[in-house]
Ligand binder design. Structure first.
Ligand code: HSE
Length: 298
């Protein structure tokens, strides 16, 4: 009648794949407990780690749980406990981890009536509370694992993309908060055709590189000429971090989600650790506080 789950952190906006391409980290995430109760409805009974609302309708995990609960015709309810490790506003899918955790756990407890795409549909409602728009590029990798591409949100269609075996991510998180809603507000509503052509060429070739384990092609494709030029201004020393990582062998570097976290993709754990040292040296010299992780994509 109770399930304990690990709800993973994710990187969305993988370079050229703004709003569509994301991947899942295997060692950073939240813990949650979901429990069936005699009392009907959804209640949040414990939150640790960060100060988040207990009111179901104001909590991301609560809103996605309610979206599922409304279509269930049951005479029991659910309680949710949240042990949050992913800092809200850090750019590694904090709200997505909460949104998917509740619906994944509930689905397990009632014999899995919903498939993973349907769970993503419920979780979108929770994610929208945090980011003020319905996007699924963190939710999909959190639920499916690995790399995912959100082909469309309405109707929701998600593609699972294979992950080359030696691919590791390094993610540095300077301790400032960027709200996704604000990072979206600074983006232009129109882009130049020449920028769009370069971007969709890169998305296509990145996906091809992931399918064929072609690390050189992945490296050539990890660019974002559309969103990064605007959002990088919100992140302290973004350009130095990027250069320092590329200098020691990162395949590519980009803004994780809406920032301020910065991710690199690397071939091999050794390179990922070198990138970790190079990135942290940049912030050490400036006094900016940060967290840093090296993770397999899983
Ligand atoms: N694609 C979303 C955005 C991800 O950048 O607005 C936010 O985590």
């Amino acid at each position: 009648n109770e399930i304990k789950i690990f709800s993973p952190a994710t990187v969305a906006n993988v370079a050229c794949g703004f709003d569509v391409l994301g991947f899942c980290l295997d060692n950073v995430g939240d813990n949650m407990v979901i429990r069936k109760t005699e009392k009907k409805g959804i209640s949040i009974t414990n939150i640790e780690g960060f100060d988040l609302p207990y009111e179901t309708e104001l909590n991301v995990a609560g809103v996605s749980a309610l979206a599922m609960y409304e279509v269930l015709d049951v005479d029991f309810g659910f309680e949710i406990e949240i042990y949050k490790n992913i800092k809200p506003g850090s750019g590694i899918g904090s709200s997505a981890a909460s949104a998917v955790g509740s619906v994944f756990g509930m689905n397990e407890l009632i014999g899995r009536p919903f498939n993973t795409t349907q769970l993503t549909e419920f979780a979108i409602k929770g994610e929208a509370l945090a980011s003020k728009c319905e996007h699924a590029d963190n939710l999909a990798p959190a639920l499916f694992g690995g790399f995912t591409l959100v082909k469309s949100v309405s109707p929701l269609k998600i593609l699972e993309i294979p992950t080359p075996n030696e691919l590791y991510a390094t993610i540095i998180h300077p301790q400032i908060e960027i709200k996704t809603s604000e990072a979206r507000a600074i983006l232009p509503s129109k882009v130049a055709l020449s920028d769009a052509i370069a971007q969709w060429a890169n998305v296509g070739s990145l996906v091809h590189g992931l399918h064929t384990n072609d690390y050189n092609l992945i490296k050539e494709s990890l660019h974002d000429g559309i969103v990064e030029p605007y959002r990088c201004k919100l992140i302290p020393h973004f350009k130095e971090i990027k250069e320092s990582a590329l200098n020691v062998g990162a395949l590519g570097v980009g803004i994780s989600g809406s920032g301020p976290s910065i991710f690199s993709l690397n071939k091999g754990l050794e390179t990922a650790n070198k990138v970790k040292d190079a990135m942290q040296n940049v912030y050490k010299n400036t006094g900016i506080e940060f967290d840093i992780h090296v993770s397999k994509i899983n």
